[in-house]
Design a protein around this ligand. Structure first.
Ligand SMILES: [Zn+2]
Ligand SMILES: [Zn+2]
Ligand SMILES: [Zn+2]
Length: 361
């Protein structure tokens, strides 16, 4: 009898421990982006809540990689957990997920609540965004200057001059007009899009907006996607195999020749392999010279002439020079903070709607 009672108590205890949600806490807080169903490491059904950029926790701890994958924060809950939320979040909503876990740390109940995250963290996230592009711009200018053998100021001036000329050509405007309208500060992409918008106006015989230009892009992407071969793209090992041998089994070659992206990748790989495996000629760079490029990024002028008529040495030169530049003028590799936090809060939902529209193929 006593045994039976203790057995019953034990079963009840295990039941309680397993199913009783005891610990409550905030799982994550931030700007909600999307929900995705999948399965966790143990193959159990789970729902992932993705957030825009960094969540509150990452921000507070200045640990931007904490809860995130590629700089994007997320929280997963078991699909069978009880969702007690009274609303379904939309992209752009500031929310937090409060979860109750059992003693083993499994989420049993959760609730999504609206917060003021966006209002509080927008200036901080925005500052981070600006800082990112300032640092990136500086690094790129430093590298560009080194590559061209100029000072950073000279390099910036030459870039400004190039953009002015590009805008004059693309938009058919005079130098004075370009500068007066500040168009040289738009960057190549925006200048090009403006030129396309003007072309569209001429074609359609009516006013056209940048949205119309994007719509055109979407149509082109749709066409490309529908022409894409159905067969699967080459795996990295196949690209490598093609690089080393210049060939593949027949059905894979068929794909290669029909798929632009695979073709480009495989060809680059093949060319590089051939170049690195070509024995050097008597004029080619010696081991010592390659080491000098690696250490200083260059060689005496008369030796550099050789890269003009030797692909192998041009390739070796570029590889070693890149290593050098990466060492003396590294490009920041951290994840780019989200543009959403630079927008006016009232425009954020429209921003997500437009993005969803563009992704629809
Ligand atoms: Zn986070
Ligand atoms: Zn392919
Ligand atoms: Zn050579």
């Amino acid at each position: 009898m006593a045994f039976l009672i203790s057995a019953v108590i034990l079963v009840v205890l295990i039941f309680l421990l397993k199913y009783l949600p005891v610990k409550s806490g905030v799982l994550i807080e931030g700007v909600f982006k999307k929900m995705e169903c999948g399965s966790d490491f143990n193959g159990r059904e789970s729902t992932a809540y993705w957030f825009e950029n960094y969540c509150k926790d990452c921000f507070e701890r200045r640990n931007f990689e904490n809860n995130s994958i590629y700089g994007k924060c997320l929280a997963t809950v078991p699909t069978r957990a009880w969702n007690r939320s009274t609303f379904i979040p939309e992209a752009g909503d500031s929310i937090k997920i409060i979860a109750r876990k059992n003693i083993f740390g499994t989420i049993k109940i959760y609730k999504i609540v609206k917060t003021d995250f966006l209002e509080t963290y927008r200036p901080k996230q925005r500052a981070l965004y600006e800082e990112h592009f300032r640092k990136l711009g500086e690094a790129l200018d430093k590298r560009g200057a080194l590559e061209k053998g100029m000072s950073v100021e000279e390099y910036r001036e030459s870039k400004r001059e190039e953009t002015i000329r590009y805008a004059m050509e693309e938009l058919g405007m005079s130098r004075e007009e370009v500068i007066k309208n500040g168009m040289h500060e738009w960057g190549y992409g925006s200048i090009h899009n403006e030129a396309r918008r003007r072309k569209l106006i001429a074609e359609l015989g009516r006013e056209a907006t940048h949205e119309d230009v994007l719509e055109e892009d979407r149509k082109i992407m749709q066409k490309v996607a529908s022409n894409y071969p159905n067969q699967e793209c080459l795996e990295p090992y196949e690209i490598e195999e093609y690089g080393e041998t210049g060939t593949l089994p027949e059905n894979r070659l068929l794909h290669l020749n029909g798929c632009t992206s695979c073709y480009i990748q495989a060809s680059i790989n093949r060319n590089n392999w051939v170049l690195t495996h070509t024995p050097p000629g008597p004029e080619c760079f010696s081991k010592n010279e390659l080491h000098i490029i690696h250490e200083t990024g260059t060689l005496p002028k008369e030796r550099l002439e050789h890269t003009k008529n030797c692909k192998k040495c041009k390739y070796d030169f570029d590889v070693n020079k890149t290593t050098y530049l990466e060492r003396v003028a590294p490009i920041p590799r951290e994840h780019c903070p989200s543009i959403v936090f630079t927008l006016d809060p009232k425009d954020i939902k429209a921003f997500y709607a437009r993005k969803a529209e563009l992704l629809k193929l």
